[in-house]
Design a protein around this ligand. Sequence first.
Ligand SMILES: *[C@@H]1O[C@H](CO)[C@@H](O)[C@H](O)[C@H]1NC(C)=O
Ligand SMILES: *[C@@H]1O[C@H](CO)[C@@H](O)[C@H](O)[C@H]1NC(C)=O
Ligand SMILES: *[C@@H]1O[C@H](CO)[C@@H](O)[C@H](O)[C@H]1NC(C)=O
Ligand SMILES: *[C@@H]1O[C@H](CO)[C@@H](O)[C@H](O)[C@H]1NC(C)=O
Ligand SMILES: *[C@@H]1O[C@H](CO)[C@@H](O)[C@H](O)[C@H]1NC(C)=O
Ligand SMILES: *[C@@H]1O[C@H](CO)[C@@H](O)[C@H](O)[C@H]1NC(C)=O
Length: 490
Amino acid sequence: MLPSFARLVAAACAFAATATAVVPVVVSGKDFVNTNTKDRFQIIGIDYQPGGSSGFDGKSDPLSNGTSCLRDAAIMQHLGVNTIRVYNLSPGLNHDECASIFNGAGIYMILDVNSPLTGGYLDRTDPASTYNPTYYNQVFGVIEAFKNYPNTLGFFAGNEVINEQSVRSVPSYIRAVQRDMKDYIAKNVNRSIPVGYSAADVRDILMDTVQYMSCELENSTSSRSDFFGLNSYSWCGDSSYTISGYDVLTEDFSNASLPVFFSEYGCNKVTPRIFTEVAALYGQDMTQAFSGGLVYEYSEEPNNYGLVQLNSNGSVTLLVDYYNLQKQYNKLDLSRLQSSNTSQTSVKPVECGSSLITSSDFLNAFNLPTRPTKVQDMIDNGLSNANTGKLVSVQSTSIPETVYDYYGNVVTGIKLQVLDTDKANTPGQSTPLSTGSPTSPGASSSTASATASPSASGASSSEKSAASEVSMSWFLGALSGAFVMVGVWL
Ligand SMILES: *[C@@H]1O[C@H](CO)[C@@H](O)[C@H](O)[C@H]1NC(C)=O
Ligand SMILES: *[C@@H]1O[C@H](CO)[C@@H](O)[C@H](O)[C@H]1NC(C)=O
Ligand SMILES: *[C@@H]1O[C@H](CO)[C@@H](O)[C@H](O)[C@H]1NC(C)=O
Ligand SMILES: *[C@@H]1O[C@H](CO)[C@@H](O)[C@H](O)[C@H]1NC(C)=O
Ligand SMILES: *[C@@H]1O[C@H](CO)[C@@H](O)[C@H](O)[C@H]1NC(C)=O
Ligand SMILES: *[C@@H]1O[C@H](CO)[C@@H](O)[C@H](O)[C@H]1NC(C)=O
């Protein structure tokens, strides 16, 4: 019988996953590259911090609960993402189950090493006061926790630390943190996990920031960023390459010597979001300059950027933005995105020097803070009592929690697909999540406009077109639902 055959295949895949894993990604020139296939790796990602940074208490974090990770990884897999970014982690918790689930799903992780708790971050108004061994218990603790997972793509040394409040010396502290992290990794990790910085899109100082972080410093080569993340919200609604200023960003970053990507994107000034920027970001004009990006963000929080609603009873409701984003991902030309280009991978950084910096307000000196002796000891000997993670087998692939589609119907048959060895998740592998229930697309469409455009003010043509987009994707989902039932999910 077909279903039991399918179960056997699923079981075989699950078994494979216990022994194998995704292939680590490395930085080569200005590209991320798969170490096995040498294909270029483009980040198709989302930011993942349920509860937000204000909800972080150190007792749990987004990667400490295997049940919620299994549920969320399955939902993300259907969406088509290959990477998540997690902002706040607690090094003492056990992340084995979650990291292994995302690994099995073919989803990489970019992890911020900072936490909002006391001692867990660099104070931008007085960095010297927090550049100490207490802080490095957090920083090196996160490295120890995640260093052994092959799907750890990279670590962010800082997120938007340079802003209006930051004092002039802050850039040198970020380079010092990168130096200390990379020296720790060189000494205590068996592969060179990349380290980078995530910047706010403050155009006056953006180029100074990337120049400062990416230039080559002869007497401190390890302090250089391996990659550069940009949090960019300049494309709102049905904008364009030029109106959004993406053309300027592309020009600005075309000569960068390291991989650059959007570490956050997805303006919500016009809702529902229709994500037309996806076609631009992964299109011909931008792919040489950018290595993709991460949509902000997976879960609905008070600031209203969610793709899904996490309900208090553990169930999940897929929001209209989820379908709209999936639709855009499904149009991507993956073979073009993965093609490598030696003129990209052979790019070399320029030497650091004060002439690289154009704004008089931005630090133009490269004498970095000296490393405290105790931090040197941590690097030399490894963090004591480190809680070092390791891959475990993925025990279960079915999701106990209920998943509701946008119309409130229960989504049936959703489960984690454990991918073959060396495979990253890609868009277009799964049919849109929907139920086979016989609601007519026309009826659903009116529900869509009612719930999907909560702000009556400024109801624009893009909002209307988005409403029809979701009903179209529902319709396709309902059509393919028939095949889903027979072929894949049972
Ligand atoms: C590094 O260590 C991990 C975890 O022990 C192991 O799975 C992996 O194969 C090692 N990688 C290399 C390149 O030795
Ligand atoms: C990039 O480099 C090219 C060749 O060196 C140069 O002509 C161009 O002006 C540079 N662009 C930017 C934005 O710096
Ligand atoms: C290869 O990369 C270079 C530098 O980014 C770019 O100018 C060129 O157009 C790319 N070539 C192809 C075939 O994409
Ligand atoms: C869980 O909560 C959601 C949202 O409040 C509700 O719609 C749903 O009926 C609940 N589901 C279960 C299984 O209790
Ligand atoms: C883990 O997540 C599930 C699903 O959200 C939830 O029901 C459960 O209470 C969580 N477990 C812990 C220990 O927080
Ligand atoms: C390293 O080089 C920079 C830039 O040339 C210089 O400002 C700094 O003082 C040097 N640091 C040390 C420790 O020599």
